[in-house]
Design a protein around this ligand. Structure first.
Ligand SMILES: CNc1nc2c(CC[C@H]3O[C@@H](OC)[C@H](O)[C@@H]3O)c3nc(N)[nH]c(=O)c3cc2[nH]1
Ligand SMILES: [Zn+2]
Length: 372
């Protein structure tokens, strides 16, 4: 088996799960946040910096790496771990999301999806079999099935037809996946914001039997309460003894609310993306570093944070770097934001160990400035 999930305990107060995911490249403590490295790099971070902040697994992306530099080149380099100098677990997304959202002029057929590259407009075709082949070349520990992430909003019939094609594609991915002892293939549950379609997709995908499952089709612009509602309904339909991955979710409140609703794994570009734009997540809410109020703030971003940035630099210095367009600014804020979310998840795991995750949520939300 490429991966083995161990359910360690369930929080008595919230029902959230504490687990361990054993992979060929190491053990992952769950619930876990996975930094996103779409193009074989977590932007602006070195693997050593990611290890220093205790990143246990990172993401990369089939669509992007297939277009550039090409999965065959990465295979020749010895696979993605070697190519990017990352010897811990890697999860690759199948490209389903990008093909539907990035590739202009896409044409969906039963066979697969024709699309034009967002880089140079060249024509391409990805099928479930090709998505599996690309991820085999990359050598990721966890591969995602090729799916359609239905847009939001989308009408009932569209979502129903889409989820049924995604099920047929998931079966084709499973049939094409040969090296099941090296790489685990996760199924992706769709169904939009319709509970009966979520149930249908969950039954069909789980019926194909995968070592792990993700909840897809969320964090696509829907209101938070609709996302939480769909989760509340969908996770109980998923097996307890397998990991549950919520794709594309990563703000502090969404992570905590997702864990309380039974999710084990998360990924999101948010912390890196807003970090590069000069916004820091801190225990007292967001800090926009270019704000004039920080000009003479000689204290760190977050006095409660133990990251490299907060241990060595003041807000005044960080503001100066961003005003001067210095690259170090992007790196230091990205480092802090990723550390902040990884540390948040360590605190969440500790709260589950001590059966007090709802208390933790209350305290965190009050300090961060969220209203419960
Ligand atoms: C942001 N919200 C969101 N992201 C999502 C992603 C990953 C985007 C992928 O694209 C890149 O981040 C934008 C990263 O490489 C990431 O893995 C999804 N991927 C698949 N295959 N299916 C989905 O239903 C899906 C839904 C998402 N909702
Ligand atoms: Zn910090």
């Amino acid at each position: 088996m490429a991966i083995r999930y161990e359910l360690i305990k369930t929080c008595k107060q919230s029902g959230a799960r504490l687990g361990r995911l054993h992979t060929p490249h190491g053990v992952i403590e769950t619930p876990i946040f996975m930094p996103v490295g779409t193009q074989a790099t977590v932007k602006a971070m070195t693997p050593e910096e990611l290890k220093d902040m205790n990143a246990q697994i990172i993401l990369s992306n089939t669509y992007h790496l297939y277009l550039r530099p090409g999965h065959k080149l990465i295979e020749k380099a010895g696979g993605l771990h070697k190519f990017m100098n990352w010897d811990r677990p890697i999860l690759t997304d199948s490209g389903g999301f990008q093909v539907f959202s990035l590739g202009p002029l896409r044409k969906i057929r039963e066979e697969g999806v024709e699309f034009r590259s967002h880089l140079d407009g060249s024509k391409h075709f990805i099928s479930p079999e090709i998505a599996v082949e690309i991820q085999n070349s990359l050598g990721s520990d966890i591969m995602m099935a090729f799916d359609e992430c239905a847009p939001y909003p989308a009408d009932y019939d569209y979502v129903k037809n889409s989820l049924e094609r995604t099920t047929r594609w998931a079966k084709r991915c499973k049939d094409a996946h040969k090296n099941t002892d090296q790489q685990a293939l996760f199924g992706i549950i769709q169904g939009g914001m319709y509970k009966d379609l979520r149930k249908q997709s969950a039954e069909e995908i789980i019926g194909l039997d995968f070592p792990g499952y993700s909840v897809g089709g969320l964090s696509v612009g829907e209101p938070k309460d609709i996302m939480y509602d769909v989760l509340e309904y969908t996770t109980p339909l998923m097996p307890k003894d397998k990991p549950r991955y919520l794709m594309g979710v990563g703000s502090p409140d969404d992570l905590i609310e997702g864990v309380i609703r039974g999710i084990d794994m998360f990924d999101c570009v948010l912390p890196s993306r807003i970090g590069r734009n000069g916004t820091a997540m801190t225990s007292r809410g967001k800090v926009v570093i270019k704000n004039a109020s920080h000009t003479e703030s000689f204290e760190p971003l977050d006095t409660e944070c133990g990251c490299y940035t907060c241990k060595n630099y003041s807000k005044a210095y960080l503001r100066h770097l961003f005003k001067a367009n210095e690259i170090l600014g992007l790196r230091l804020l990205t480092n802090h934001n990723l550390h902040f979310l990884l540390n948040l998840m360590e605190e969440v795991r500790q709260a589950i160990r001590e059966d007090r995750l709802l208390d933790y949520r209350k305290d965190f939300f009050e300090k961060y400035g969220y209203n419960l």
